[in-house]
Write a protein that binds this ligand. Sequence first.
Ligand SMILES: Nc1ncnc2c1ncn2[C@@H]1O[C@H](COP(=O)(O)OP(=O)(O)O)[C@@H](O)[C@H]1O
Ligand SMILES: [Mg+2]
Length: 311
Amino acid sequence: MIDFDKIWCEKYRPTKLDDLILDDKSLNVVKQFKDEIPNLLFVGSPGTGKTTLARIIVNDILKCNYLYINASDESGIDTIRHNITNFAQTKSFDGGIKVVILDEADGLTGQAQGALRNTMETFAKYCRFILTANYKHKIIPALQSRCQFLDFKPVINQAVKRCYNILQHEKVNIDDDQKKKFVQLIKRYFPDLRKTINELQKSVIDSILCIDSSGSDSELLSGCFEKVINKKSLELRRYLIENEDRFQGDYDTLLANFLDYLYEQKLDDLKEKQCFLQEKLDVLGVWLGFLKEKQDALKEELDFLKEKRFS
Ligand SMILES: Nc1ncnc2c1ncn2[C@@H]1O[C@H](COP(=O)(O)OP(=O)(O)O)[C@@H](O)[C@H]1O
Ligand SMILES: [Mg+2]
């Protein structure tokens, strides 16, 4: 059996609003909830605290009767509606509201979401819904308009603090070099805190933090370096695209690491320093071109999706 107490991600899942990392705007909205909530839609990328906040609301803020459904686990909309109807048709024990948490609701088809809308309407008097989704556009407008929307954007400084506290709580030793790598690791996976905490736990050996970011990373950086100094920008692009999974497509962090890498190269004379600065500028130029291309590609994809949605 899985021991959830040993998995940091579960062990340190916030149970109170104070422990959850949330931007000020969302925090102010949630702080107003006491005995009542509107229907809610939480949108954000994986590992940003959507499920956790839904649980905090039912267990700690409202302390109410609730039903948890993961829309991607269930066998279909009929089962979901049947379970919701069974749960929602009676008044709660204390007369307070009941809540249905429909996690990962964007896994449902548009048709299923339409059926859900009717169910929401039927039980609107005593029952509220909290929907979570990775993508807002995958939730039909009829459901969006019935929910108050919260956009999940954790704050990086708070993520660093929280992860550091977890390490301290676990009595993990961190030397200065690891402190730097620790911050880089958080930036690399941000905003996915689930992934970050899992990676941190994997990096602890005998209570010592041993993040290994050298290995393949420095090989990747020297690969870039070789192409940059020889001004092979097309090759550099191809190399980056082919190796995207090695840096999770995170160009910002890769660029930051690359500039660090350049900085750490031995520079003996003035000429070398001059070349170095020129390289930095070249790199930035190539990078900007590359990002622009990516942006254009994404824009095209977005237009295509929009067209598909309205056709
Ligand atoms: N905003 C956050 N504040 C603190 N911890 C978080 C936050 N988001 C995620 N976590 C950590 O990651 C784990 C997974 O979060 P979860 O709420 O399941 O993410 P989501 O539902 O958005 O995918 C939690 O158990 C917690 O340890
Ligand atoms: Mg979730």
